[in-house]
Design a protein around this ligand. Structure first.
Ligand SMILES: *[C@@H]1O[C@H](CO)[C@@H](O)[C@H](O)[C@H]1NC(C)=O
Ligand SMILES: *[C@@H]1O[C@H](CO)[C@@H](O)[C@H](O)[C@H]1NC(C)=O
Length: 347
């Protein structure tokens, strides 16, 4: 691994883009999940969990706040670009896009959601089953747009990303404690893993084959969680994330045996993110404890706004953009790592 990080990260990413583009025949990247990958679906929902205002998006092309929970692009955008598809993946609910745009990549993610239906209810966002309903709707439109034969091939050859779960634990289970009355933590992990299994099964039966199930980040090191722990990472939450990731990994192994022709990969982001957080200077960061936006301790969503005078000048020096979400630079490093690890499987 040593030689990997001695190469400047941007150069390495461009190198990946190049080799993938020359070999890939990925027609579209299709995304499900939460704010880690939402590209603007929540803008269209009656929820307070939004980010379509400044300073969100200030490093996005045109400085536009799109509803991505970052200063720039989110991982789905980088992955799409690396696979030779378009550089940003539009939100399915965004009325300024249509099936012509979505035919080469589409995003169904909704910030604040989780595997658990009860998690999406907290902030009135899209539950995971609803993301799947929209995907079915998308399939119908795609059939009409390019005909059954071509549409089915596109849906079969597309790369699917599934990235969620942090809100189930941090918001639903620990902060509100509702599910903690019904399940101990291991039971809850198993409950969520069962939902993940059903979700992958449904996608498979709808024609998807190349699917990446993304694991949890070191949740205890998010600035918001550090705030309640004298700025140290909360090791209990990190352990919960690792245990859940182990269960997702085992699920992936089993489903690859059960479902003929599926290419399911477990995508671990825990290790690379923890390395960035523990050795930020190696990646060109100066701060991995506080976020760029506001005081860096707790602001996200509406609290991270243009009237907050403390927001940092250069987000590239920070691992985190707001108290819960990485900067674009972190997203890019994690994505290039991710692409490197899924490459072998999907091409
Ligand atoms: C979540 O809600 C949907 C729609 O009501 C339902 O079909 C599904 O079974 C629920 N999931 C779980 C795990 O309860
Ligand atoms: C495409 O898929 C749909 C349903 O997913 C199926 O009904 C149809 O027969 C398929 N058509 C072709 C040409 O493969």
């Amino acid at each position: 691994m040593a030689h990997f990080w001695t190469m400047p990260w941007l150069l390495f990413f461009q190198f990946l883009v190049l080799i993938v583009q020359t070999r890939a025949k990925i027609p579209a990247v299709i995304i499900f999940g939460d704010s880690s990958v939402d590209s603007g679906n929540n803008n269209q929902l009656l929820t307070i969990l939004k980010s379509n205002f400044e300073p969100y998006g200030r490093d996005f092309s045109g400085g536009e706040p799109t509803g991505r929970f970052s200063n720039g692009k989110v991982p789905g955008d980088f992955v799409s670009e690396a696979f030779g598809c378009k550089p940003t993946v539009p939100a399915y609910l965004d009325p300024s896009y249509g099936i012509k745009d979505f035919a080469t990549g589409v995003n169904f993610a909704s910030a604040g959601t989780g595997y658990d239906n009860a998690t999406s209810e907290v902030l009135n966002v899209m539950p995971l089953w609803k993301e799947l309903e929209y995907y079915k709707d998308y399939q119908k439109k795609l059939h009409k747009y390019m005909g059954f034969k071509k549409a089915n091939k596109t849906l079969r050859d597309a790369v699917y990303l599934i990235s969620l779960g942090t809100n189930d634990f941090m918001e639903n289970y620990y902060l509100l404690g509702r599910r903690a009355l019904e399940f101990n933590i291991e039971q809850y992990q198993d409950f969520l893993t069962g939902i993940a299994r059903n979700f992958v099964n449904s996608l498979y039966s709808l024609g998807a084959r190349k699917i990446a199930l993304v694991g949890l980040p070191p949740m205890g090191c998010l600035p918001l969680e550090r705030l309640q722990n004298l700025f140290h990472c909360n090791e209990k939450y990190n352990k919960v994330a690792q245990d859940f990731n182990g269960k997702l990994h085992a699920l992936v192994t089993n489903l690859n045996k059960e479902l003929p022709g599926i290419q399911l990969v477990y995508s671990d982001i825990y290790g690379v993110l923890l390395d960035i957080i523990q050795k930020p200077y190696r990646y060109g960061f100066e701060n991995a404890v506080l976020a760029c936006c506001g005081s860096g301790m707790f602001e996200m969503g509406y609290l991270c706004n243009q009237f907050n005078p403390f927001t940092c000048a250069d987000a590239n020096k920070y691992v985190f953009w707001d108290a819960f979400h990485p900067t674009e630079k972190t997203n890019q490093i994690v994505s290039s790592y991710f692409v490197k690890n899924v490459l072998a499987k999907f091409l």
